[in-house]
Ligand binder design. Sequence first.
Ligand SMILES: *Cc1c(COP(=O)(O)O)cnc(C)c1O
Length: 363
Amino acid sequence: MSDLARKNILELAVYRPGKPIEEVQRELGLKEVVKLASNENALGPSPFAIKALSGALSGVHYYPDGNSYRLRRALAEFYGLDPAQLHLGNGSNEIVQQLSLAFLEPGDEALMPVPSFPRYQPLARMMNAVPREIPLISYTLDLQGMAANLNRRTKLVYICNPNNPTGTIVHRDELERFLEVVPAHCLVILDEAYFEYVADEDYPDGLDYLRLHPNVVVLRTFSKMYGLAGLRIGYAVARPEIVACLERVREPFNVNLLAQEAALAALSDREHVRKLQTLNRDEKEYLYREFSRLGLEYVPTEANFILFDAERDEQAVFQGLLRRGVIIRGGFDYRTHLRVTLGTRHQNQIFIEALERVLREDN
Ligand SMILES: *Cc1c(COP(=O)(O)O)cnc(C)c1O
């Protein structure tokens, strides 16, 4: 029956997420498993969010507010925006899909870095659009290479900043030069899923470009710094005309009731965000030191994960760690590199001990 499906759908690979903890426990009979595979929040959600969730549970027989009225207002106030510039999604993943649905005609091109967030490419192909993948240079987006590939058919350009899985950023001056050369018929999507983690002073805040560049779309999420990955909620900020297009392809109740309540509460907990920023800074330093001690190279990061070079087949290292109850992520376009999410000190120590064993075994 699969011959009934659209041809380009059959060519798409099914997304393989990081292994869930329970699955690894079940398969390997392990009691304690540490998951540092999907850049989830090391401290969990804000206590404010947990309290809001408990309060909202008894109301889940109602449909959610399809317009996310209160959350949209809160975000607008938080950033000093017009609520009409905000679009909520069931994770920012869903918004990547909505951008494809709303803007890509067959034959249009979508320009993207590689390796980067793995959803841009299949969601362009889903629409019979043509993905143009521009390789990173030294783990960093090649904006000059991307600019050189802009053409009449280019409709979407993805800039993942910081880039997943490398953790590198595009700096303000580079981004500004790039935005100057992007034609008006092409949307520039700044995927800022790790915005709240960045410490570099030369990091551009995508929202600063909305006024000057009407074709900019900024994506942010509650999945990372706000610790709500399991509830699925993210948002886009763009001109109201662009938001209106996304609204047309949106499911009426795409953002669930619990996600809206939790996000609203999480947004007001600045203390939780500061705590995480401090933890991330300290754990980054800890892992840098440990990688150096083990003689491994790593890519300095502005996000809550680090790409490192294990100097051995990445799948073998992944499996070795898995057997020891530590889930990280490999399978990128590098043969010997893996990505580890920054956890708590305890989790990071377990990871380093396991890694040390795996590396020793192999020698
Ligand atoms: C984690 C991540 C997202 C967030 O996805 P959600 O659907 O909001 O959970 C988006 N972009 C990148 C680059 C990411 O790493």
